[in-house]
Design a protein around this ligand. Structure first.
Ligand code: NAP
Length: 331
């Protein structure tokens, strides 16, 4: 596993981290399997874990706590004592994803509520300090509310969080640049993958300038870039992907993914290509693929050692940029 600097915070994080939504929100999850996958990732050098209170109302945070405890503190007895970074998120008070322009700070993150949810996450993960707390949705216009910078500073000085970040709404990389430029946040989480290259335009240069860490999420476009979706793909009742991969989106996602398959040569798989495309960008501190199975962990984490894609292939993949803007199904 290769490691990268986490922006001005300076942590040495695995360039492939771990996305923990699926294991506590998508159908088909089993805790035993998820915990085995998490532990396997630690064995393979993963040290950055992204969860959220909203992933099962604290369930994913509890799973992370188990892994932190299993790897902490008994080095003297010959056991492991690994520094694992715990990143979690405060849900918007109105429980609306994505955020909308008309939502105010009071709708989503009033200052007292921020403190309340940091406490809930501390208790769920079972630690005294969270490494990274993120706003689970974001609106740059909240910066007009003078309580926000004070509330963020209060979180940092409370000693309960080491760093503060924002998680940007789907396909809105522009809606966070002001927060980065204001020096307000230490990390930005954004969708960045072969299709969604837009963060490269303005967000990444701003992060570079302010030395803000970039967490690249949804590397497989929720599944299409793993190459496994077909026009017949369906999910169990209650799985959120039924509302994301609506017929219109499933059709175009499968078509865009199929168009990549002729580029796969010399044993390269779709998931590996998707991850190595992102690794080619040095603005990214860590990628957080969603994983629940040990064989996915092993496959995905092995991409780190394989190095950059060839300039020719990277150039070809750049042509598969897919310009998308939020719609009524793109929560
Ligand atoms: N608003 C936000 O802040 C926000 C929103 C979305 C995501 N996130 C974060 O980003 C993380 C990643 O996003 P995501 O999980 O939504 O989507 P993703 O990483 O793009 O895709 C996850 C899907 O890819 C599958 N997969 C993983 N590795 C694979 C492999 N090697 N081969 C084939 N399939 C593979 C997973 O399989 P299984 O189904 O078998 O697990 C899952 O179905 C989340 O877990 C979460 O931590 C944050």
């Amino acid at each position: 596993m290769n490691y990268r600097r986490f922006g001005r915070i300076g942590w040495n994080v695995s360039e492939i981290g771990y996305g923990m939504w699926g294991m506590a929100g998508w159908t088909g999850s089993a805790d035993t399997e998820s915990l085995e996958s998490l532990e396997r990732s630690v064995d393979l050098g993963c040290n950055f874990f992204d969860t959220a209170w909203a992933y099962g109302d604290g369930h994913s945070e509890h799973l992370l706590g188990k892994i932190l405890r299993a790897n902490k503190g008994n080095a003297a007895a010959g056991g492991p004592d690994k520094k694992l970074y715990a990143a979690t998120k405060i849900p918007p008070k109105n429980r609306r994803w994505p955020s909308r322009r008309e939502f105010s700070l009071d709708h989503c993150y009033p200052p007292d509520y921020l403190v309340e949810y940091v406490e809930k996450s501390l208790s769920n993960v079972g630690v005294e300090t969270l490494d990274l707390i993120q706003f689970h949705t974001w609106e740059d216009h909240w910066l007009d509310d003078e309580r926000l910078p004070r509330a963020i500073e209060a979180l940092r000085s409370s000693g309960k969080v080491r760093a503060v970040g924002i998680s940007l709404n789907r396909w809105e990389p522009w809606n966070g640049i002001r927060a980065v430029r204001a020096g307000l946040v230490d990390a930005v989480q954004v969708i960045y993958n072969i299709f969604d290259q837009n963060p490269e335009d303005e967000l990444f240069p701003a992060c570079r300038e302010k030395d803000v860490a970039v967490i690249a999420r949804v590397p497989f476009d929720e599944g299409s870039l793993s190459g496994t979706l077909t026009l017949q793909s369906t999910w169990q009742k209650g799985d959120w992907r039924n509302s994301y991969f609506v017929a219109e989106n499933l059709k175009s996602s499968v078509a865009h993914a199929e168009a990549l398959k002729p580029l796969l040569q010399d044993g390269l798989s779709m998931p590996e290509m998707a991850l190595r495309f992102i690794l080619n960008n040095q603005d990214v501190s860590t990628i957080i693929p969603g994983m629940r199975k040990t064989h996915h962990v092993e496959c995905n984490l092995s991409a780190s050692a394989k190095g950059p894609l060839s300039p020719a292939l990277q150039g070809e993949l750049r042509k598969h940029r897919w310009m998308r803007t939020p719609t009524d199904w793109s929560q």
